[in-house]
Design a protein. Structure first.
Lengths: 374, 399
């Protein structure tokens, strides 16, 4: 196959590309430039698009003996991932930009461009497995190393794009093994630290980034009964479940810590309260995507649900609540909804988070949380 | 078969230059040493300097050897700016054309950001040719504040030959020194430093069949240049650093070869270039040739470098075209500078009025000594399919 290996400059994508080469594929390395801001390069962002990372990616391609290109996807990244990040926070929701990047950039812009240029698949260093059944059905499975599993952030791609994706690191026992393999292969990135921050928030200061881009919008912080207990500089910067950074002058009457319960953007109000008020038992999601075989509409099925990138999955029942109308744009998926009942409660789920449903190790589907109930 | 159409990036070394370099590399001797080995090395350097001077129409003493074109451009810009400003503090305007190489533009911008100078970007027309009237107006209004003028002999991206005669004549009336980056011109156009009336001129080794890492600033005798590199006082104390004997020798041999055979090579390359341009237009009618029209096939084309062809392909990304051609074994360039390998719209195309979007679909084909009609045919035969595919990918990528 002709394989486009996305090279971030990190160890995972380099080893993934190396494994694709070993498997006999015709591999070309591509580094995605996601920022055109030269200043960002100079101040040494730890993100995906620093000069150092582009150089490391190039060097990895040299060692593997594969061609290397930089593709400028910065415009698309700004229009989709960054714009969505801002719009979601502005609407009082909590987005996961890595999910959106996989959705719009890696498995859409990059994949589509690759396919148009004659490639068969995109290869990345994500930790997840793809299983192909005898009838050709492809399933997205958790990685063998559960601690590194990234199926949560990949589920958004849906079945069609899974068919053109390759995750050679899905069955490695541990990250240490990937580092050792990189060292054995002479890849200089073997000891490079992992990246955790949001790549376009260079200093890790999400609140500062939001304030810079969205401006200061002071408003009240109220308790569950509506009494004003403090002030904030912009409700958009708060996340349901957040405890730190509330800067409430007076302690709660009962002296217990308070958490953000709700972000009301229409009135620019942040609602805080006790921890037990955060526990929810029911979730609604939209923009759902289903892997094959997709669940029957309206029928409840048992599953486990994960709501954070490294969150523990909890037992649940779920059902599709609306299928796309016949003839409607099924790609859109906005009408495709899901309802989830949790066996035990989960704390602090914010609208905008991704929920991913699993059956054992297999990803059933993915949706974006729109509402939660106690 | 690999088809190399990127001679403007770097050209194959001439076998005679390789032989001369290897011969010198086996010898020991610092040309600044006074003993026999040093004297032998010094003699090789000075003979090389004489041969460079003879080939470029300059006196030997006017040739300041550097470690390449970028260093020579930096020395010209900084050395002239500082020297002129020291003589007359009012002279702080740096007049540079908008299509200069980054080795000229970036030192000028650096001087503005750090040393109190001001950059005046001189506009060009749609073909990339300097608007001489704009220079005349600038000099009429602020001639007494001009520290220098830097206009390249010929453009590295779109091949436009600049009207240096007119620039030199205008500058002379206002007593402003003129520098020209002639890196792309040597070997393709007749370059005679003394006849040109220039005050300083940059040349480079690896574009003409010499090694990478050597070049020269040809500086008129008596021109005041403040040094950029300080140290042992080599090269008339303008450029300190032990002179690289082997590179100087190979550089001289390459320039000598390039200049001796220039007329016949230029004619041959212009013919190949014309068939390349015609073939591209036939296969991809919507392609837009950037830079001056070369003129009738075979006819001399003083407005454009004979070995240069440059196109924009509407709806295509240059990097897609580059990848697809590379996968067919055809090596060319998008012609624009890269920051971290990130394609930026070429400042040259933007200066000629091309919008950012069209500028993204640029490809430069540059011919040289190894180029053949078969290579041009190979390009022309795969290009329509490549462009079609890149256009589809361009739509996918922009979405």
């Amino acid at each position: 196959m002709r394989v486009l290996a996305a090279l971030s400059g990190g160890v995972d994508s380099a080893v993934a590309a190396a494994r694709a080469v070993d498997a006999g594929h015709d591999v070309v390395g591509v580094h995605m430039a996601l920022s055109r801001n030269r200043d960002q390069f100079r101040t040494g962002s730890r993100g995906c698009c620093s000069i150092e990372d582009a150089g490391d990616a190039r060097r990895a391609a040299d060692v593997l003996g594969i061609p290397y290109y930089v593709w400028d996807l910065s415009e698309r990244f700004e229009q989709t991932v960054v714009a969505d990040f801002l719009a979601e926070y502005e609407a009082g929701r909590t987005p996961n930009p890595c999910v959106r990047c996989n959705e719009h950039i890696k498995f859409e812009a990059l994949l589509d461009k690759g396919v148009a240029l004659g490639f068969d698949a995109v290869c990345t260093g994500h930790y997840a497995r793809v299983e192909i059944a005898e009838d050709g059905t492809r399933s997205l499975l958790r990685a063998r190393d559960v601690a590194k599993d990234q199926s949560y952030v990949l589920a958004v791609m849906g079945p069609d794009r899974l068919a053109r994706s390759m995750f050679p690191l899905g069955d490695v026992p541990s990250k240490e093994q990937v580092r050792a393999e990189a060292a054995d292969r002479g890849l200089a990135v073997s000891a490079k630290p992992d990246s955790y921050d949001i790549c376009f928030v260079a200093d890790g200061d999400t609140q500062g980034f939001l304030r810079d881009r969205l401006g200061s919008r002071p408003g009240p912080v109220v308790d569950a009964e509506g009494a004003v207990v403090g002030e904030h500089d912009g409700a958009y910067a708060y996340t349901v479940g957040q405890r730190k950074g509330l800067a409430l002058g007076r302690p709660a009457p009962d002296g217990r810590p308070r958490y953000v319960l709700e972000v009301q953007t229409s009135s620019n109000t942040v609602v805080v309260g006790a921890a037990e008020l955060l526990t929810v038992r029911e979730l609604d999601g939209d923009r759902a995507v289903w892997f094959d075989p997709a669940p029957e509409p309206s029928a409840w099925f048992g599953c486990s649900v994960q709501v954070r990138a490294h969150g523990t999955p909890v037992e649940a029942r779920a059902r599709r609540t609306a299928a796309p109308a016949p003839g409607s744009a099924s790609e859109d998926g906005a009408h495709e909804r899901v309802e989830v009942h949790l066996e035990d409660g989960l704390r602090g789920i914010a609208p905008g988070q991704s929920l991913v449903l699993f059956e054992g190790d297999r990803v059933v589907g993915q949706a974006t949380v729109t509402a939660s109930r106690r | 078969m690999t088809v190399y159409l990127d001679h403007a990036a770097t050209a194959p070394m001439h076998p005679r230059a390789v032989a001369a370099m290897v011969e010198q590399l086996t010898r020991t001797g610092n040309p600044s040493s006074l003993h026999g080995a040093g004297r032998t090395a010094r003699r090789v350097v000075e003979e090389s300097r004489e041969s460079l001077g003879a080939a470029l129409g300059a006196r030997p003493s006017e040739v300041v050897l550097t470690a390449g074109g970028t260093e020579a451009d930096n020395l010209a810009l900084k050395g002239l700016a500082w020297a002129r400003h020291a003589q007359d503090p009012r002279r702080r305007r740096l007049l540079v054309s908008a299509v200069e190489h980054h080795a000229v533009l970036d030192p000028a911008v650096w001087l503005a950001e750090h040393e109190g100078f001001e950059v005046v970007l001189l506009p060009v027309d749609r073909d990339g040719r300097l608007e001489v009237d704009a220079l005349a107006e600038e000099l009429a209004a602020h001639g007494d504040q001009a520290a220098l003028i830097s206009v390249m002999w010929a453009n590295n991206e779109i091949g436009t030959v600049q009207p240096l005669d007119e620039v030199v004549a205008l500058a002379g009336r206002h007593g402003v020194p003129v520098h020209a980056d002639a890196v792309q011109a040597v070997g393709q156009l007749e370059v005679d430093f003394t006849a040109s009336g220039l005050d300083a001129m940059t040349v480079s080794g690896h574009k003409v069949g010499g090694p990478v890492g050597v070049g020269a600033l040809v500086a008129r005798r008596g021109l005041d240049l403040t040094p950029v590199l300080h140290g042992g006082g080599q090269e008339r104390a303008v450029r300190s650093g032990t002179v690289d004997v082997a590179s100087a020798r190979a550089f001289a041999v390459a320039v000598e070869e390039a200049v001796t055979h220039r007329a016949e090579n230029a004619e041959r390359l212009a013919g190949l270039r014309d068939s390349l341009v015609a073939g591209v237009r036939r296969g991809v009618p919507e392609a837009v040739l950037r830079g001056p029209e070369p003129g009738a096939a075979g006819a001399p084309s003083p407005g454009r470098l004979p070995a240069n062809a440059h196109f924009t392909f509407p709806g295509c990304e240059g990097d897609s075209l580059l990848y697809l051609l590379d996968s067919h074994g055809i090596e060319c360039s998008t012609g624009s500078a890269c920051q971290a390998g990130v394609p930026q719209p070429s400042h040259v195309l933007v200066a000629t009025g091309v919008d950012d979007h069209d500028a993204r679909g640029a490809l430069r084909f540059s011919l040289g000594s190894t180029s053949t009609a078969q290579e041009v045919d190979a390009l022309v035969s795969v290009l329509p399919e490549v462009v079609e595919r890149a256009r589809a990918a361009g739509l996918a990528g922009v979405g």
